[in-house]
Design a binder for this molecule. Sequence first.
Ligand SMILES: [Zn+2]
Ligand SMILES: [Zn+2]
Ligand SMILES: [Zn+2]
Length: 300
Amino acid sequence: MTQPTPIRRAPGHKPRLLDTAISLAANGIPPLPLRAGKLPFGNCPDCTGNACGGRPNMKSAGPCRCPGVCHAWAAATTDPHTLASTPWVAAWRQAAAIAYHPGGAGLTVLDLDNTAAVQWARATLPATRTVPTTRGEHWIYQGAMRSANAVRPGVDVKSHMAYARWLGHGTGRMTALPQAVRALAMREDTTPARAGVVSSSPAPWDRSVATGCRHTERFVRTGLERGLTLVRARTESGAGSQAFGTARFLAIQHTACPGPCALEALGEEIVAAAVSVGVPEPYARRAVANGLQAPSGRVA
Ligand SMILES: [Zn+2]
Ligand SMILES: [Zn+2]
Ligand SMILES: [Zn+2]
């Protein structure tokens, strides 16, 4: 891809964000303007508080056809007429930056916010196209998934229903979204929208599935999070055996429960953590299944 020659402008002259937006749209990437502070523009009075019901592409699909840039990522579009329409041009004039909706382009952006996060990605994930950011890098993969924030320290996954800043084309060949990145989002599973991301994964652990567990949810989740942290820290080696150890530790906590304790739901999160640091999924599953069975032979 040829880089356009930088155009010298008088100090204070804003780059033509609309031109960039039109060219992104022509390549199937839906852009949107960001205001000062690098945030989306606020909603218009009709759309404030989602009074309009939201746009059709939002999680709870609404009828909003607002011509403005309302609803953040949901406004991003590849339609050049919308991008150059009167309300959008007014926004481009005030805009401080440009963003895009990665999911709408069939992409996933791994937003690595600092040097440590970048080093983790380099050691763990398949190489792909990268774009330098203020303190870190965007790694852009071909393929869309559910977005999730803070999947690791300094790491956000931006794809469906999210926006990422457009900071240029970057360098390197884009590669297919790996399972290790999909697995990162499995632990942040508070909504039923995850179906279709990882079809084999059961519902997250909560009291309603663990009807025979005598522990509080807080107790169970604290133990789980400690274990996941240990697994994710094994970025070099040993994550598989740490996954076994974590599963075993959790299972021991429940040997006195009448059951069921839905430990398999906890196990899925351990598998995801192990896969996220490079353990092959079949191996991670075996290690976790063995760990859950170890104390008493009972998988509750
Ligand atoms: Zn609106
Ligand atoms: Zn609206
Ligand atoms: Zn229990």
